[in-house]
Write a protein that binds this ligand. Structure first.
Ligand code: CXF
Ligand code: ZN
Length: 369
């Protein structure tokens, strides 16, 4: 079928919204008519070249909609089902999936490959094959995806909100709750409170953290963070350090999450300074591929048993956590409505990313008809 999509042809340029050809679902795949797509920072990383993926590519990996057609052998969803697309596929069978680490499914190796999970490419434009971000490509009203990337959800959830649970919400929430293992009474610092960090803040609140210190140079984001559960705010790590010293009587935080837009090695040592003995520092930000240097006090790690942990999809399980987080939303525990700063049409995608770059958006969302 013919449809529209935002295609990146060359790093350092802009998204080009144009007509593309989308093939029918192969065995194991479904076609989803999207209601909405979140505009995550990771797609911006494609544009800057920080994330390596073969180009051209249809961007977008945070979407929700309705199943419109199913390929042969699909068993987990049927036509008409409301679904959220997960940026991490999970096969349920590989070593990672079968040991409870579905966020590390072996199929994850394909999400930046430009190939679909069932093999090959479903999209052509200007007479050539086009890949899809995370084997999805949600910057288009229609997506053909493997059922391993598709999670059925309840019919009473607004799908523009549900879309965010396919990446940003779960990544942030899980970074605090699962990766950092924040528990009732803990003190948590969140460095960078955009689309991921805001959810790390609310994850901490839901887990029962005693104090949550939100750190960001943008005052409007700090104001929003207070509504999401931050008890204290700071515009720099240094400022936060003084606050944490004071509120913990010098014991420092139990956990910290780094959720800044572009990960930097320079930040690790000062972020480590926010946590105390047995503290967990979680690296959730995406850093440029070639960034391999970090500043870190190794003796500090040993003597105080501090831990630096990486986190992908917040160590969460797509099939379990996507419906579970939406249940928390229905119950009024998880905030989704206030995450959406502004909505856009697909044609306005470059405007939306300019707003993100300028710090105006927590999450921009593209709405489809
Ligand atoms: C990213 C992680 C790296 C691959 C693309 C998606 N996660 C969330 O935005
Ligand atoms: Zn994302």
């Amino acid at each position: 079928m013919k449809t529209q999509a935002a295609v990146l042809w060359e790093a350092g340029t802009q998204w080009s919204v144009e007509e593309v050809d989308l093939g029918d679902p192969l065995p194991g795949e479904v076609r989803v008519k999207l209601a909405a797509s979140g505009m995550c920072h990771s797609d911006e990383h494609l544009l800057t070249g920080d994330l390596p993926a073969p180009l051209p590519i249809v961007g977008g990996h945070e979407g929700a909609g309705w199943v419109e057609a199913v390929g042969k052998g699909v068993t987990t969803v049927q036509e008409g089902d409301p679904v959220v697309l997960s940026f991490i596929p999970s096969c349920g069978r590989c070593r990672a999936c079968s040991t409870g680490h579905q966020n590390l499914c072996e199929l994850g190796a394909l999400i930046l490959s430009g190939s679909e999970l069932a093999g090959g490419q479903r999209i052509t434009a200007r007479g050539q094959g086009v890949g899809t971000m995370c084997c999805l490509g949600t910057f288009s009203p229609y997506v053909v995806a493997h059922e391993n990337s598709v999670v059925k959800v309840r019919g009473d959830i607004p799908l523009d909100k549900a879309a965010l649970v396919g990446c940003g919400v779960t990544t942030g929430y899980g970074s605090s709750v699962y990766t950092a293992e924040v528990k009732a009474g803990d003190v948590l610092c969140v460095i960078g409170v955009g689309g991921i960090g805001m959810n790390a803040v609310q994850g901490g609140r839901i887990a029962g953290a005693r104090y949550i210190v939100a750190i960001d140079p943008t005052p409007s984001k700090l104001d929003t963070a207070k509504r999401f559960g931050a008890t204290h705010t700071a515009t720099s790590i240094d400022e936060a350090r003084a606050i944490v010293l004071d509120i913990t009587d010098g014991h420092m935080a139990d956990a910290a999450v780094i959720a800044i837009g572009v990960g930097e090695g320079e930040i690790i040592a000062s972020a480590m300074g926010l946590i105390g003995k047995n503290g967990r520092l979680v690296m959730t930000s995406i850093s440029p591929l070639m960034q391999i240097d970090a500043k870190i006090s190794l003796l500090d790690m040993t003597l105080f048993q501090k831990q630096l942990r990486g986190s992908i999809f917040g160590s969460a399980n797509p099939r379990h956590d996507i419906p579970r987080l939406l249940d928390l939303y229905r119950d009024g525990i998880l905030k989704l409505d206030d995450l959406i700063t502004k909505t856009y049409t697909l044609d306005q995608i470059n405007e939306g990313y300019a707003d993100m770059r300028d710090g105006r958006n927590i999450r921009g969302v593209i709405l489809f008809d």
